[in-house]
Design a protein around this ligand. Structure first.
Ligand code: MSP
Length: 663
């Protein structure tokens, strides 16, 4: 581990605010979060930046469509992006908005440096412009479509400031030669090099046709070209003109999708050269996640959203899938089928099963304490050797951004452990001293293997790894565990295991997919808020009577309004928890005329078994709706008690007939 913490700075792209994040954006952000966690576990002082790219004609149009001023529109969007990253556990250390004042100053400062160094001049430009990609399309004629997104270009003439990009052809080619790892992967590097070898035209970096942008000081109505604006955000996030004080610039790594590699490996280094600032060390361009063989976009209606997947299967499952399914750098198809298959096979049956088997046996036969390994047999040593070798291999694969292969190595160790347990059958051993010693060795070996695997997997599966760490009775946070010190054999006997828990409950594939899709549908086409407490997740599916006296006098309603609400006595037939929805129970309730499925937000306060046979009050004429993807046909009435709104089910002091109406 480095003595004084070495600094490491990495970035995601600065995402556009005219839409909300889908699985493609989530992919890049998850990759960065994984690298951040990995580097921290190797002792680096890491800063990760993400942010929102808030200027440009697209945002201008989206705000107009929403009928609100641009500043209000972008503030709302930026807070939604930020909230989603928080919710998914991948919030960056720096979140830069291109409307931040610090950023605006940095952009204007950089432009001043260009001017001082003689790299800008005024001119006119007429060309075909793609408003979706915010870029002039080189060599396009009027009527041509944008080669990147396929949508029509527009002819635009304007007075611009031009950046002397042509002056940087040779310096860039020299830079690529001197820094052969700057562009990754290799195939992308070749594309960029041949593009630059083909000659570079000067680039217009201000606009007069656009209003919503950073003003060029003293040159109104010029505003800066959005790509110049957005790229600069990487620098403004870590100090802007004062970057030396914070000490994170130059960036160690920009992670981007292959769609924006040219901006990062040609324009951006040229801008920095013109300002005589240090250049980033590496740009890594990954491939796309495709849906039905096409790049996802909201206009095509083929986007996959991260939240429903995280709700249903957990964020770790999504992280695992994104990093395991596709070789980093290449394109891959996204499919719910493959996602749930991997969840059940690799996570529920693989890691989850190994952890629960091992812990249950230690619980049962060693009073929940890690046993002391007895004499070893060759097969124990062989497994130990395999795990020790895997440690070095996994670290190297992470370092090379080979996430799929790193996970493959970890899962081959899990597979070896399964085989080992099946062959050694610790559960079949008796109570003789020799058998006990053998069982201790086997279970210590399995527990040690688990400890090593979750330490290695922590950058990808932070929530799960932390749970297993506690299960194994390990002290301290795994996030600050030094990966470089990880060795086979460090598991001390005697540690008290944590409480057993299921890491990844198995799910039925068809049902899981249906629920994910239904949640996605709800998110993409939100219904206006339902009138009664339904937007409160804790009270979902229950009508809560207010516990505190009302502070304002509510408007009175007539009996005819009250009689619109049909409440009947119901009897709970079945009750079960819902995977991915901690607060909800799925009930079937007999309401006399039929048996209904109803979801109730009472899981944290009522055990499912305690409800069976219970008579409850049901609002039966509510329109059906889906909660966390599960259909709910009615509401159970409950009082909401205390500051945390604990639900207490309404009931009767004497027996009542099922189906009786409440009036
Ligand atoms: N605002 C620019 C970036 C400026 S960086 C200084 C932009 N924004 S974006 O919102 O369109 O994000 C593009 C990035 O999102 C891609 O480069 C990639 O990182 C990610 N992805 C978007 N769709 C994707 C897939 N379908 N698959 C994988 N990643 C993709 O471009």
């Amino acid at each position: 581990m480095p003595e004084k913490k070495e600094k490491y700075y990495l970035t995601t792209p600065i995402y556009y605010t005219n839409g909300l994040p889908h699985i493609g954006h989530t992919y890049t952000t998850v990759v960065c979060d994984t690298i951040r966690r990995f580097k921290r576990m190797r002792g680096y002082d890491v800063v990760m930046t993400t942010g929102t790219d808030e200027h440009g004609v697209n945002v201008e149009r989206a705000a107009k469509k929403a009928g609100i001023p641009e500043s209000e529109f972008v503030a709302k969007m930026a807070s939604e992006w930020r909230a989603l990253w928080d919710e998914l556990g991948v919030a960056a250390d720096e979140f830069v908005r291109t409307t931040d004042i610090q950023h605006v100053r940095t952009v204007q400062w950089l432009f001043r440096l260009f001017k001082e160094n003689g790299y800008v001049y005024k001119g006119h430009y007429t060309g075909q412009y793609c408003i979706y990609d915010n870029a002039f399309v080189n060599d396009a004629k009027p009527g041509d479509n944008c080669p990147d997104c396929g949508r029509p270009t527009e002819t635009v003439t304007e007075e611009n400031y031009f950046f002397r990009l042509s002056a940087f052809q040779k310096p860039l080619l020299d830079f690529y030669k001197k820094n052969p790892d700057f562009i990754q992967p290799e195939t992308r590097k070749n594309e960029v090099v041949s593009f630059v070898e083909g000659g570079l035209k000067d680039l217009s970096i201000t606009r007069t046709t656009l209003r919503w942008g950073i003003p060029v000081p003293g040159e109104e109505p010029h505003v800066f070209y959005v790509w110049f604006d957005a790229l600069t955000a990487y620098l403004s996030a870590v100090g802007g003109p004062d970057y030396e004080k914070r000490g994170y610039w130059p960036a160690d790594l920009h992670v981007v999708g292959k769609d924006i590699i040219r901006f990062h490996t040609v324009y951006w280094p040229a801008f920095l050269m013109a300002a005589m600032l240090p250049l980033p060390k590496q740009v890594w361009a990954h491939g796309w996640f495709l849906m039905d063989a096409a790049k996802m976009s909201k206009s095509k209606g083929n986007v996959v959203l991260p939240r429903p997947i995280a709700n249903m299967l957990g964020m770790d499952a999504l992280r695992y899938f994104l990093l395991r399914e596709v070789v980093f750098g290449q394109d891959g198809n996204f499919s719910y089928d493959a996602l749930v298959t991997r969840y059940n096979s690799d996570l529920a049956n693989g890691l989850g099963n190994l952890a629960s088997r091992t812990v249950a046996l230690i619980e049962k036969n060693f009073a929940g304490k890690i046993p002391k390994s007895g004499p070893r047999q060759p097969q124990d040593d062989a497994l130990a050797k395999e795990v020790q070798a895997a440690i070095g291999e996994v670290l190297e694969r992470y370092d090379k951004m080979e996430f799929a292969r790193a996970l493959e190595t970890m899962w081959s160790v899990i597979g070896a452990a399964d085989k080992y347990l099946t062959a050694e059958q610790p559960w079949a051993l008796g109570s003789s001293e020799a058998d006990q010693a053998r069982e201790a060795t086997i279970l210590w070996t399995a527990a040690e293997l688990l400890r090593v695997v979750v330490a290695l997997a922590n950058p990808v599966l932070p929530a799960t790894a932390a749970k297993v760490w506690i299960l194994l009775g390990q002290a301290g946070s795994l996030d600050s565990f030094g990966l470089d010190g990880l060795r086979w054999g460090q598991l001390a006997p005697g540690a008290q295991l944590g409480k057993a828990q299921t890491l990844f409950p198995r799910v039925d594939k068809a049902e899981a997919i249906e629920r994910i899709e239904s949640m996605a549908n709800e998110e993409l086409n939100p219904k206006p808020a339902a009138p009664v407490a339904a937007s409160d997740p804790a009270a979902a599916g229950t009508v809560a009577a207010a516990s505190a006296p009302a502070t304002t006098t509510p408007e009175k309603i007539g009996i005819e309004d009250f009689s619109k609400v049909e409440m009947r006595v119901g009897q709970v037939k079945t009750a079960e928890r819902i995977v991915g929805a901690d607060k909800l129970l799925k009930l079937t309730v007999d309401i006399g005329s039929e048996v209904r499925q109803i979801c109730a937000g009472i899981a944290q306060f009522y055990e499912p078994e305690s409800l069976i046979g219970r008579k409850v009050v049901v609002v039966v004429n509510l329109a059906p709706r889906k909660l966390r993807g599960v259909e709910s046909n009615g509401m159970i009435v409950a009082a909401s008690v205390g500051p945390d709104g604990r639900p207490v089910l309404a009931g009767f002091l004497e027996d009542v007939e099922v189906g009786a109406r409440l009036k």
